[in-house]
Design a protein around this ligand. Structure first.
Ligand code: NBP
Length: 476
């Protein structure tokens, strides 16, 4: 009789097939199933020799081919397909078996599924997986949330499948319920901000200084030598350097309309619900939405003609200024993202270990960066505080970048180049570093039209002014 598989993978499109191959290559027995059996045949036909696969054409056969307690990773399209697959698996599972949803599910769906399956004595793990197609095969960053005992069953497998940085796996137990998918969602939100910041730097080099794509590629390649060293900066250089079959830079022929699958929007929506000022990520989501209004933009360009900025000769100081603006804005985006996770952890009772989150984002995933070591160090040393911007390293980095950051945002506004993530980041920074802002007037206005009351600096309590009556102030 054939040896039972260590783990099952259901859903063999690009992500599932690559995760299955990853596990098989690490020496685990992998049971595989796909609704359309042709994908299963393709996987086995092309890669069956890479390890110990057990292919099945029916769900009962698939489930029966996995060692108990069974652990089944489902890698199907997020949304209804996940619920359908769970219903199809349930009649064949036994108490203690584990379903792991490795797709990009919305965390509230994961919360619901976690409790639904708990009532049926089935353990559920919502596992964020980042790194795209290549990461799934070579070693992704994985964020599993759910039942801790269930994680113990899959830990030896997933920690071996994950990317490794300095001998540590980029995979660790995140917390209960949908916390793994929540952390993955915020990861994607930060990815949106990171990418938006990069495109703003590119736009300045292209539009203000008239640089061609290969010259901009050289600048990004140079930035890889310092604190900006990251996967996204690296691939920016590669994308800008690509010459297509027409002999011209490919990037100049790509339609300037950004698409999105939802995780950035979900992050922003959750931040709004929790009252977290997550401006960089939210601006990045809006920038994609505006890019999508291509016809409207073409119309508006005719209605609001704008003389192209006179091309400036670029100097090293100009390049350094954009670099400083990018780095400071990136620090703001990450500080906001981690504050968002702090608030969510408290609100949902998840006890997230943020140093560990920073650690498992150091490899495998899209936002992997040298910079995440700094964040991990701050949390590990217990000095991260409520906002990373207040911590020594980040405070010093942002203070040092501030003059150039201001210069670059000023230049962009003067030249009519939109830099929503650069400018919202500096606005957030300026708002944060003021002990007294202008919301006193706002409170006065709210009290005027809605009797919403206000506090006073000189005495405790809540007060209301009878604005349209005798103008007197009363205790509220
Ligand atoms: P897709 O998101 O394109 O989904 C295709 C898979 O879902 C196929 O195996 C398909 O089976 C299966 N499926 C569907 Br659709 N409905 C089903 C149903 N009712 N019952 C059973 N199977 C069903 O695949 P993917 O791009 O590999 O992504 C998988 C998950 O990983 C998604 O949640 C995605 O968001 C996430 N993710 C993707 C990436 C990436 O870079 N692509 C990165 C990180 C996370 P069929 O072959 O029979 O149609």
């Amino acid at each position: 009789m054939q040896q039972l598989a260590d783990i099952g993978v259901l859903g063999l499109a690009v992500m599932g097939a690559n995760l299955a191959r990853n596990a098989a290559r690490k020496g685990f027995g992998v049971a595989v199933f796909n609704r359309n059996g042709a994908r299963t045949d393709e996987l086995i036909g092309e890669h069956g020799s890479e390890g110990r696969f057990t292919p099945s054409k029916t769900i009962p056969d698939f489930v029966a081919s996995i060692a108990k307690p069974r652990a089944i990773i489902i890698m199907v399209k997020a949304g209804q397909p996940v619920d359908q697959v769970i219903e199809e698996l349930l009649p064949h599972l036994e108490t203690g078996d584990i379903i792991i949803d490795g797709g990009n599910s919305l965390y509230t769906d994961t919360n619901r599924r976690f409790h639904y399956l708990k009532e049926r004595d089935i353990k559920f793990i919502g596992m964020g997986v980042s790194g795209g197609e290549e990461g799934a095969l070579e070693g992704p960053s994985m964020m599993p949330g759910g039942t801790r005992e269930a994680y113990a069953r899959i830990e030896p497998i997933v920690t071996k499948m994950a990317a490794q940085v300095d001998g540590e796996p980029c995979c660790a137990y995140i917390g209960t319920e949908g916390s793994g998918h929540y952390v993955k969602m915020v990861h994607n939100g930060i990815e949106y901000a990171d990418m938006q910041l990069i495109t703003e730097a590119y736009d300045l080099f292209k539009t203000v200084y008239g640089l061609e794509a290969p010259a901009i590629a050289d600048i990004f390649a140079e930035w890889m030598k310092g604190d900006l060293d990251s996967y996204l900066i690296d691939i920016t250089s590669a994308v800008l350097r690509k010459i297509d079959s027409t002999g011209k830079p490919l990037v100049d022929s790509i339609v300037d309309e950004a698409e999105q699958k939802g995780t950035g929007r979900w992050t922003a929506q959750s931040a709004l619900d929790l009252g977290v000022p997550l401006t960089s990520i939210t601006e990045a989501v809006f920038a994609r939405a505006l890019s999508g209004r291509r016809a409207q933009r073409a119309e508006a360009e005719k209605l609001f003609p704008h003389a192209a900025p006179a091309k400036r000769q670029i100097t090293q100081a100009d390049i350094d200024a954009v670099k400083d603006a990018l780095y400071a804005s990136k620090i703001v985006a990450y500080a906001q993202g981690f504050e968002h996770l702090t608030v969510a952890s408290e609100q949902f009772g998840w006890d997230l270990k943020l140093g560990e989150v920073a650690s498992l984002w150091r490899g495998g995933c899209i936002i992997r960066a040298r910079f995440l070591n700094r964040i991990r160090d701050a949390y590990d040393a217990g000095v991260a505080g409520p906002n990373l911007l207040l911590q020594d390293y980040f405070r010093d980095a942002v203070s040092k970048a501030e003059p150039n950051w201001r210069k670059v945002v000023g230049l962009a506004i003067e030249q009519g180049i939109p830099v929503p993530a650069f400018s919202s980041s500096i606005a957030y920074y300026d708002g944060l570093r003021r002990a007294r802002g202008p919301a006193n007037l706002l409170q006065g206005l709210r009290d005027y039209f809605g009797a919403h009351t206000y506090g006073r600096l000189d005495k405790p309590g809540k007060f209301h002014t009878r604005w349209s009556q005798d103008g007197s102030e009363i205790d509220a």
